[in-house]
Design a protein around this ligand. Structure first.
Ligand code: HEC
Ligand code: HEC
Length: 355
């Protein structure tokens, strides 16, 4: 039900944001096809939910329903166990690797190696788009208004081989997600870097704390001139997030701790570790963390600042492998917490420089 309301919004808000951003280059034929697939609400079972439903442009490419810590699937009352992250800038997470320490990958726990592998998941997930099989998805694509575009990109008859066509659906979506439309670099931060705008005093203080006493940049690193600043080390840590017991988690009968990367690698050494989020568009994508337990950026910074102050927070969901070097008792004042928040608010795309 809420999905249908959302879908009518998709086209309108998407246009608004994109015309606001304005700098996105024209899409290639494959990217344009991927965009149609990404916004198509007929590719769920029943119809009504698209990728965009949980990764909506006007919500920073995350779930516009910010009142729930996790997302509702196309079947009302079915929820996944994790918070929807933004799909914007996800292309900057490198391919998952174990070499020289675990890095990269898609999802909070890195279980998809890259965007192509990721895009194969939601269509068949019963708590998301709920198709019974790949054939159902491909027959919907074949019946769509853009079936000819699909064949133009992947060849005549390319919808006949279900396996290959399904892989190509994921390939096209990933190519759209890799386009400048999802990574336009039009935030105030980018304008400041380019010398066309300046930080307020509070934003500058926040940036200095983020890279200094707040210790955020130890994990949410800048690109160091070698790659764009997306504010992630692409690595995995257990920062001690408490378990979430609120609705809809309260519906789960026998809740088990979310082991994150440890569950994927089946290795207790990594229990409780989740991927360091990048922070692009972060002010648009509340709530926060893999289980959506923190509702505002202020709460996030307060958590990092006071996690280890006795009695301040509930126990971590997973008590192994907790990072205590850079997180826990930072001694920041209330005003310093606010400054870090205001710096993070400069990372949202669509900033317009005052004439
Ligand atoms: C019902 C809501 C929902 C739908 C529909 C949905 N997603 Fe997601 N998406 C999520 C959630 C929740 C996660 C995190 C899951 C996890 O980490 O286990 C996620 C994760 C992702 C990520 C990983 C980002 C990162 O930082 O690791 C990408 C990319 C993504 N989705 C793209 C898509 C695409 C493409 C589609 C359509 C084929 C789609 N999503 C459909 C909710 C949704
Ligand atoms: C030890 C590494 C580390 C440090 C230091 C760190 N973070 Fe994080 N950050 C992470 C990880 C890992 C996650 C995801 C954790 C999870 O969901 O369990 C995260 C998540 C976040 C999120 C939520 C992202 C989302 O999409 O929900 C924000 C915002 C954030 N960090 C901001 C900060 C700020 C601000 C600081 C400094 C005060 C900071 N981080 C310090 C590793 C770190």
């Amino acid at each position: 039900m809420k999905r249908n309301n959302k879908i009518t919004l998709v086209g309108v808000t998407a246009c608004l944001i994109f015309s606001m951003v304005g700098t996105a280059n024209a899409l290639t034929a494959k990217e344009a096809l991927g965009k149609k697939l990404y916004f198509d609400e007929n590719l769920s079972e029943p119809n009504g939910q698209a990728c965009a439903s949980c990764h909506l442009p006007s919500a920073g490419f995350a779930d516009p329903d910010q009142n729930l810590p996790v997302s509702e699937g196309v079947i009302p009352g079915r929820f996944g166990g994790r918070n929807s992250p933004t799909a914007s800038y996800a292309v900057f997470f490198p391919e998952f690797t174990l070499k020289g320490g675990v890095r990269g990958g898609q999802f909070w726990d890195g279980r998809a190696a890259n965007l192509v592998e990721q895009a194969k998941g939601p269509f068949l997930n019963p708590v998301e788009m709920n198709n019974p099989d790949k054939a159902t998805v491909i027959s919907d694509v074949a019946a769509s208004t853009y079936a000819a575009e699909f064949e133009a990109v992947y060849g005549a008859g390319s919808l006949n081989n279900i396996e290959q066509a399904y892989d190509n659906v994921a390939d096209a979506i990933a190519s759209y997600e890799s386009s400048s439309e999802l990574s336009p670099f039009t935030s105030k931060y980018d304008e400041v870097k380019a010398g066309r705008a300046s930080f307020t005093a509070q934003e500058q203080t926040g940036f200095d704390l983020f890279t200094g006493r707040g210790k955020c940049a130890h994990c949410h690193g800048l690109g160091g001139g070698k790659r764009p600043d997306v504010f992630s080390d692409f690595s995995y840590h257990n920062i001690g997030i408490p378990g979430n017991t609120e609705y809809p988690y309260s519906l789960i009968e026998n809740p088990v701790a979310d082991l994150g990367l440890g569950g994927v690698l089946n290795n207790t050494k990594y229990n409780g570790q989740f991927k360091t989020s990048h922070l692009r568009n972060i002010s648009a994508t509340a709530p926060y963390m893999h289980n959506g337990i923190l509702k505002t950026l202020k709460e996030v910074v307060h958590f990092y600042n006071t996690r280890d102050v006795p009695g301040a927070w509930p126990a971590p969901e997973v008590t192994e492998n907790i990072n205590s070097n850079f997180v826990g008792d930072l001694g920041l004042s209330d005003a310093e917490e606010d400054a870090i928040v205001s710096f993070m608010e400069t990372l949202t795309d669509g900033y317009v420089v005052a004439p």
